[in-house]
Design a binder for this molecule. Structure first.
Ligand SMILES: *Cc1c(COP(=O)(O)O)cnc(C)c1O
Length: 482
């Protein structure tokens, strides 16, 4: 029985995939791997997040976390919407400004060096400060260079609550929520240089209870600000809204239970060298925990935000959205992965298909595990086969996907993949819905292999058009009717 993990493919992405002649021509011209981004889908995803804000009657801003993809087309199309952007490096900041973002629409997060801080302060970008030291360094820059007062957010972490019992995970980033007083001391000391506009958190989790505690913790921090006469007005709840990668929850259930059976030796291995994705057998029992992205997630993206805003605050027991509204606070969000849902795919060409003596079939691709980093991010999802001609052998084929690096570990996925039909050399595999982190986040020049090129596919005048990613500008297509 083939264990498929069919990807969720929405109509726009489906329509792009149906352009098989165009896709093969692009891969022939640009080489393998080839990243394909769909910038207009990003604009639609912004609209979907916006409608959750209006449903809860909240004002605020959506900052796209740039780090999820290096594409210029995506950032430029985003600049044509009303969204903002979250930049986490000097180069990302320069990129955003060059794409059309004015500083008022930019938030700088993550670890920062002096140059990055200086350019933020010089241009008037809001700085989400990671530590007390960073605030002090920023104040020094402002004073030494006679710069205007900088808008800052205080990023907090390590929240606790008397309303629920759980262990909040430790974070590298942010000041402990218990030490918010020290942050405010620094802000007050440098009040001529730093303008506190809000508090922030970003938790790399999709756990709702943990985020509810953090959000209520931020509301408490804002109360403390008011007691001191400071008037910040916004709460930034970071990213981590998630994506639903799989079309069918039953397939996910079947696959994960089959994996457990395989780890216990009750069925043939499903993975290369019996890899268990975090699970192992001990005395006939399965131990460990599944180290995978929960790929079937019906409540994700904007729906997850809606769910969070409707969740009761653990201590005050009223919906978090209502508490924000009652205080007239702005809600800021920084989705990366969720805003890139359905925004692209990676094409890879098939170099070889061979049957091994033990019955395994190997498909060797002209790309590596860093070009399509499904494995690194623990996302299990089948590729789509783009045949050049009608497949010779119809019916499913169970294959291992090897990459092009001279490295034992270079498997695109360590899972045996059940393709709907057997590919031939020259065919393409399309790894869909990979724009968020899975396309170029980890791509390197290892072995002097090129990093894949990128093209933007966009709709204009009822048809699909394309250009190199770096040549895309929103003016190439007609503006959407408001
Ligand atoms: C990475 C990151 C995000 C985006 O996270 P997603 O899981 O992609 O939504 C947002 N904010 C900060 C500070 C980040 O580091």
């Amino acid at each position: 029985m083939p264990l498929h993990l069919a990807p969720q493919i929405d109509p726009t992405l489906r329509s792009a995939l149906d352009e098989t002649v165009l896709l093969t021509q692009l891969a022939d011209a640009m080489g393998s791997p080839l990243g394909v981004v769909l910038p207009q889908q990003l604009a639609e995803n912004v609209t979907a997040f916006r409608s959750v804000f209006s449903d809860h009657r909240l004002s605020g801003q959506i900052y796209y976390a740039h780090k999820a993809n290096r594409s210029s087309a995506l950032v430029r199309e985003l600049a044509a919407t009303d969204a903002g952007i979250d930049v986490a490096s000097l180069a990302e900041l320069q990129h955003a400004v060059g794409a059309g973002f004015v500083p008022q629409r930019i938030m700088a997060t993550g670890p920062k060096n002096e140059e990055f801080l200086w350019l933020c302060a010089r241009t008037g970008v809001t700085v989400s400060a990671d530590s007390i030291g960073e605030l002090a360094a920023l104040a020094t820059l402002v004073r030494d260079w006679s710069l205007p007062r900088v808008r800052v957010m205080a990023r907090l972490s390590g929240f606790t609550s008397t309303g629920v019992q759980f262990n909040s995970r430790r974070s590298r980033f942010g000041v402990s929520a218990a030490a918010v007083g020290e942050v405010l001391d620094v802000i007050e000391k440098h009040v001529e240089a730093l303008d506190l506009v809000g508090v922030a958190f970003h938790l790399d989790t999709i756990g709702l209870p943990e985020k509810a505690v953090a959000l209520e913790g931020c509301l408490g921090a804002l109360d403390e600000c008011r007691r001191r006469g400071l008037r910040p007005w916004s709460v930034d709840i970071g990213g981590g809204f998630g994506v639903n990668y799989l079309a069918d929850g039953a397939q996910w259930e079947q696959y994960t239970s089959a994996l457990t059976e395989a780890v216990l030796g009750r069925r043939a291995p499903l993975t290369w060298n019996g890899h268990g994705y975090g699970l192992r057998a001990e005395g006939g029992h399965v131990r460990g925990s599944l180290n995978l992205y929960p790929a079937h997630r019906p409540v994700s993206g904007p729906a997850y935000l809606d769910r969070l805003l409707g969740t009761a605050a653990p201590e005050q027991r009223r919906p978090l959205g209502t508490l924000l509204l009652d205080n007239m606070y702005d809600l800021l969000v920084e989705p990366g992965r969720a805003l890139l849902d359905q925004c692209g795919l990676v094409l890879a060409s098939v170099l070889e298909v061979r049957d091994e003596a033990n019955g395994d079939t190997i498909v060797r691709l002209d790309c590596n595990a860093r070009d399509v980093s499904l494995e690194e991010h623990g996302v299990l999802m089948d590729p789509v086969v783009v045949h050049r001609t009608t497949p010779a052998a119809p019916g499913p084929a169970a294959v291992y996907l090897f990459g092009n690096l001279c490295l034992e570990a270079d498997l695109i996925t360590r899972r045996r993949v059940f393709l709907p039909s057997r590919p031939r050399p020259g065919d393409l595999l399309a790894f869909v819905n990979t724009a968020g982190y899975l396309m170029d986040f980890s791509a390197t020049h290892a072995l002097r292999q090129p990093i894949g090129r990128k093209v933007a596919l966009y709709r204009d005048d009822g048809g699909w058009r394309w250009c190199l990613d770096e040549q895309y500008w929103p003016v190439h297509h007609r503006a959407e009717a408001p």
